[in-house]
Design a protein around this ligand. Structure first.
Ligand SMILES: [Zn+2]
Length: 149
């Protein structure tokens, strides 16, 4: 598989590529985690290079100006530059949230395993059980401390 360079991903985010490359990069993104990471980095960097949108009205005016300017020249289906970039940014945010949440779920699972483990083999008190008991004692301690305030 031929990978796509970081600079190329920046051009992709900035919408500087022709239709053929755009489609090729799109396809590649679905099949390559390595390039997905580069792409997300590129989105982050390009996002900081973009002019700050101070308010929504300004943003809307920019879009409307672009739309009326391009009327008759460019096919209606063409996505305005800013809108496309925001879309890329939204994907990056969604991906970050997803990664964060899956990390959280993993910790919860580990915690449940640690709590349930000793109960299944009650006859043999283990280091794990002691650790869990200590953790509970510590949690009770913290709870009491909090209630005392
Ligand atoms: Zn790749």
């Amino acid at each position: 598989m031929t990978h796509i360079s970081y600079d190329e991903w920046k051009r992709y985010v900035k919408n500087e590529l022709n239709e053929t490359d755009l489609e090729r990069y799109d396809d590649h993104l679905y099949t390559c985690d390595q390039c997905l990471e580069l792409y997300l980095e590129a989105v982050n960097e390009v996002e900081t290079e973009l002019p700050v949108l101070s308010n929504e009205d300004e943003f809307t005016n920019l879009i409307m100006a672009q739309v009326s300017e391009s009327k008759g020249k460019i096919p209606v289906t063409k996505i305005p530059f800013y809108q496309k970039t925001l879309f890329h940014y939204a994907i990056a945010v969604a991906m970050t949230l997803l990664f964060t949440m899956s990390g959280v779920f993993q910790s919860i699972t580990t915690y449940v395993d640690a709590v349930e483990g000793p109960e299944l083999k009650e006859s043999t008190p283990s280091v794990t059980e002691e650790l869990v008991n200590k953790t509970f004692a510590w949690m009770d301690h913290m709870k009491n401390k909090g209630a005392g305030n």
